[in-house]
Design a protein. Structure first.
Length: 306
């Protein structure tokens, strides 16, 4: 699981260079042939639980935007809730996309996670909102959070701010999913510093591999300096189009590089996901029998089994 497999220099922007990519351990997509398909492993239905907590904190992280990170946070959370787990979703992106995806209008919020991390008088109960899904709660965000990155620079222990904020909630939930912003700045480092695991949504597109080296480097630094217990829970293939050889080969290259870290669940491209954003609810309730809903249920079972 070496970041060198996806060396930023080797996976340069521009037309794929077969020689350079091969030296990095990645074969560029070719015009012919069909990549080997890994057999899907059996993942048992999770057993019901009688009590909740302490929570496992997962950072949903990729500094590249548009890879399905927010969509995956919402739908994984909803699927975990279907399996009887109490889940808290943390919108840690100033764009507030996670909040919008659950029917919350960020500009109408009086208090958000920004107030929670920056103002001592604000408590979790002031900010946490229930969603339409039983067992699924939300810590919303809006553009105010963008000021936190600047304000936290001068704070002592600034990288642990989110961890201190979430600590009182851990006993009440089974999973806390933090939707990180598409960057590797201080907010993302805060999420990694308090997380038990990192889930990396990765678009099945050749150039999306280029940023993996930067992300792996950041994770390793956090492990060394802030959170030695941080693990990479897994890599989730998103934006997958089974009709194209390109996306199949890209996923196969990822499997060859990362092995069992790659989830069997694959998130296909579908018009259902934009529809759920407009509806303000997860695909598990908007289109419960769709392929997308079943994929996120499989992902939830894999997460629970790891």
């Amino acid at each position: 699981m070496s970041a060198g497999l996806f060396d930023a220099e080797s996976l340069h922007m521009g037309p794929p260079d077969p020689a350079r990519a091969e030296s990095a351990g990645v074969t560029p997509p070719t015009e012919g042939g069909d990549p080997a398909v890994r057999p899907r492993r059996e993942v048992p239905e999770p057993a019901p639980i009688a009590t909740h907590g302490p929570a496992t904190v997962l950072a949903m992280c990729n500094q590249k935007g548009g890879v399905g990170k927010t969509t995956s946070t919402i739908n994984l959370g909803a699927a975990l809730a279907e399996y009887g787990r109490r889940v808290l979703l943390v919108d840690f992106d100033p764009q507030g996309a996670l909040s919008v995806g659950l029917g919350v209008q960020p500009h109408e919020l009086d208090v958000t996670i920004y107030n929670l991390i920056m103002e001592r008088r604000v408590t979790l109960d002031d900010v946490v909102r229930p969603t339409a899904v039983e067992g699924l709660d939300l810590l919303p965000s809006n553009i105010d959070l963008s000021a936190a990155e600047v304000q936290l620079v001068t704070e002592v222990g600034r990288e642990q701010t989110l961890g201190r904020t979430l600590a009182p909630a851990l006993e009440d939930y089974d999973y806390v999913l933090v939707d990180c912003q598409p960057s590797l700045g201080l907010l993302t480092v805060n999420a990694l510093a308090c997380a038990h695991g990192v889930l990396i949504p990765l678009e099945c597109e050749y150039f999306s591999l280029r940023g993996v080296a930067l992300l792996m480097d950041t994770i390793e630094k956090v492990q060394d300096r802030l959170n030695p217990d941080l693990k990479i829970l897994g890599i989730l293939a998103t934006m997958f189009d089974p009709r194209t050889l390109h996306t199949r080969e890209v996923r196969q290259r990822v499997i060859e590089a990362f092995g069992d870290l790659v989830f069997d669940a694959v998130i296909n491209r579908t018009v259902r996901f934009p529809e759920t954003t407009v509806a303000g609810e997860p695909i598990t309730t908007w289109a419960p029998h769709s392929g997308g809903a079943e994929s996120y249920r499989l992902l939830a079972r894999e997460v629970l089994s790891r």
